[in-house]
Design a protein around this ligand. Structure first.
Ligand code: UD1
Ligand code: UDP
Length: 377
């Protein structure tokens, strides 16, 4: 069997690495196609190195652009590779423009698409990610839903065939790397941090960074934090802060350490030892519940409602009073902190990668890995 992986951003590399590894353990060599949606060393190559994915077959160098530019150029370049390689299946993960481009290019060549992390919905169609997820799911033949909730979302859109609940590969990634991170990373010493005495912040989503008003609200929250906070900053956010004239202001916050984006081992160690995580990231919301760190999500919705239900995550939006209320409660109310920190991980047992590979090999063996004319026959 010849699988192809299409990926291009930081979270896709992290979440697909366990699947690629599971194929390799069965002596199946996948074709690795990196679109180049993320291209800075610390947004891409550092993860390829840390996760030992240095044998990329195609670097497409798509880069940044408007939504249509980025997706369109990626589609054109992916199509060329898929036409040449004719893999048996194309795997994509998540909800980025790379995913949409990979899924569309593939299904139109009648190469079946397997979507890892299928069925997530924020129910906010103004987010580029929501459009990408919906379209990728509907273009996919095999849908790997991380939870039953995700499976239900697919059912509600009429997708019942080809859906497998396998857990989320982020658990595999955390389990495979947390201990290595604990041993190897010197990030706490480097930043002068004591375990559980600081907050980790990451914010990069378009809805928070593309408007000056929202970015200003974020800065106000950070200015009011009562303990030290570390913010490994996504380049998108840094660019916008500069554009909106907020960069000098955020740099002046005494309690805040801004760093470039961190590698996976450093970031995992930083997260694991934090008292609180504040984020708008999907992957970081998932990891914080896996690592038993309470998460305050700086958004008004989440496509990871399982974390809220489990009690490990609270939506605070960009509401300063609400955010500060929960920060203070987590710092001062030990029972509340312990309750959030002990919320049960809803994303599975860390064997999602293996399950995905097993299912795909089985479908292939039985001649079922193909684009069918209808889902309903
Ligand atoms: C993308 C995904 C988002 C995901 C995030 C992971 C889409 C629509 N969004 O957002 O869902 O959460 O990746 O991090 O696909 N930039 C650099 N260097 C890089 C990459 C980006 O400077 O290596 C800057 C560029 O100015 C670029 C901006 O960041 O215009 C945004 O990058 P882009 O890939 O368009 O989207 P992300 O915000 O990274
Ligand atoms: N991450 C990292 N370094 C950082 C910030 C995040 O390694 O400086 C990792 C994090 O552990 C998680 C993933 O990147 O696994 C999340 O990616 P991101 O927040 O960019 O995207 P999202 O999950 O929101 O799509």
């Amino acid at each position: 069997m010849k699988p192809a992986f299409v990926f291009g951003t930081r979270p896709e590399i992290i979440k697909l690495a366990p699947v690629i590894r599971a194929f390799e353990e069965r002596d199946v060599k996948p074709i690795l196609i990196h679109t180049g949606q993320h291209y800075d060393y610390e947004m891409s190559k550092i993860f390829l190195e840390e996760l030992e994915l240095d044998a990329i077959d195609y670097h497409l160098e798509v880069g940044s652009g408007t939504q249509a530019e980025q997706t369109g150029i990626a589609m054109i370049k992916i199509e060329k590779v898929l036409m040449k390689e004719r893999p048996d299946v194309t795997l994509v993960q998540g909800d980025t423009n790379t995913v949409l481009a990979g899924a569309l290019a593939s299904v139109k060549l009648k190469i079946p698409v397997a979507h890892v992390e299928a069925g997530l919905r924020s129910f906010d169609r103004t987010m580029p990610e929501e459009i990408n997820r919906i379209l990728a799911d509907h273009a996919s033949e095999v849908l790997f839903a991380p939870t039953n909730e995700a499976k239900k979302n697919l059912e509600n859109e009429g997708i019942r065939e080809g859906v497998y609940v396998v857990g989320n590969t982020i658990v595999d990634a955390v389990l495979q790397n947390a201990e290595i991170a604990e041993r190897k990373s010197k990030i706490l010493e480097k930043l002068g941090l004591k375990p559980k005495k600081y907050i980790v912040v990451t914010v990069h989503r378009a809805e928070n960074t593309d408007s000056k008003e929202n970015l200003e609200k974020l800065v106000e929250i950070l200015e009011a934090l009562p303990i030290k906070a570390i913010y490994p900053m996504h380049p998108r956010t840094k660019n916008r802060l500069k554009e909106f004239g907020l960069w000098e202001r955020i740099k002046k916050i005494g309690n805040l350490i801004i760093t470039p984006p961190l590698g996976y081992l450093d970031f995992l160690k930083l997260q694991k030892n934090a008292r609180i995580v504040m984020t708008d990231s999907g992957g970081v919301q998932e990891e914080s519940i896996i690592l038993n760190v309470p998460c305050l999500t700086l958004r008004y919705n989440t496509e990871r409602p399982e974390t809220i239900k489990a009690g490990g995550n609270i939506l605070v939006g960009l509401e300063k009073d609400r955010a500060l209320h929960y920060v203070n409660k987590l710092l001062n109310d030990e029972d509340f902190y312990k309750k959030m920190a002990s919320a049960e991980n809803p994303f599975g047992d860390g064997k999602a990668g293996e399950r995905i590979v097993r299912i795909l090999l089985e479908l292939y063996k039985n001649g079922k890995l193909r684009v069918r004319s209808s889902r309903f026959i």
